[in-house]
Design a protein around this ligand. Sequence first.
Ligand code: ZN
Length: 297
Amino acid sequence: MISTMDSTPLFTAALGLQDPWKVDEIRFEPEQGEIHFDLACDAKRLGCPVCAAGDQSIHDRTQRTWQHLHFFQFKAFLHAPLPRVKCAQCGKVTQVEVPWARPGSGFTLLMDALVLTLATKLPVSAIAQMFGVSENRIWQAIDVHVESARQATTYSEVRALGVDEKYVGRRLGYLSIFTDQRCYIASAYRASIVNPLVRQLASPEEAAAHVYHLYVVTCSQRERLQDYLQSHCIQVLIHYPIPVHAQAPCRSLQRDPNGLNISERDASECLSLPCNPQMTDDDIAKVIETVNLFKAP
Ligand SMILES: [Zn+2]
């Protein structure tokens, strides 16, 4: 007879509950548009959640409620008296964790999963409205899972990083990391490049006054040095091959009648060595060693 049929085992299975948990009673409230499942835990004694000692006494039970996935148009809630275990072994009184929800959450795990799935496509306000809860509760569920996903993310495989200078401009500190690395490369070059054919520029008066956007040396055999380094897979570039006073907008300016010999010489001899923040210590050592081995013909 249908009227006496007990549907609680069916819902126990449908909710995925396992021993010692089961559905004890179902309260259907069609006027409120709600269905309530009262769960029960049959066990008289449980394992300690802290030290895993088995067969400990139950200290007390606290009634808790979780919102679950809707059953069709009906809001669904689970209610359960959560036991706290008093452990004779470690002496602690601890609330047991339940398999259908994360600790401290008012949503079941399935509800969390649906919220997260919907949140990839819908605004939080729409999801909150759909489930009849505050936006704050939706955000709490999203934040917990986003944070745990972040904790589980590793960046050890990252080999390159892009930096948006718009954000650098907002003083977020990325620039200083890269500047520090450029200064580190420059100090290694300055200390270790010792080749009479390759001239280093004067040091800045204050070490912190220069960011080494380029690391420039000069060499009277620049084209030979350039070809030599490139044949060893070291990319070098000539920045500013034309001195400022010889560039088109400046040609009409008054200048020293004796010429600007130092500027002209530097422009014809300057060469920029690799100096980018992605370089490894091995890369830096290779540049130093290769430059030092450059010989006159
Ligand atoms: Zn214990």
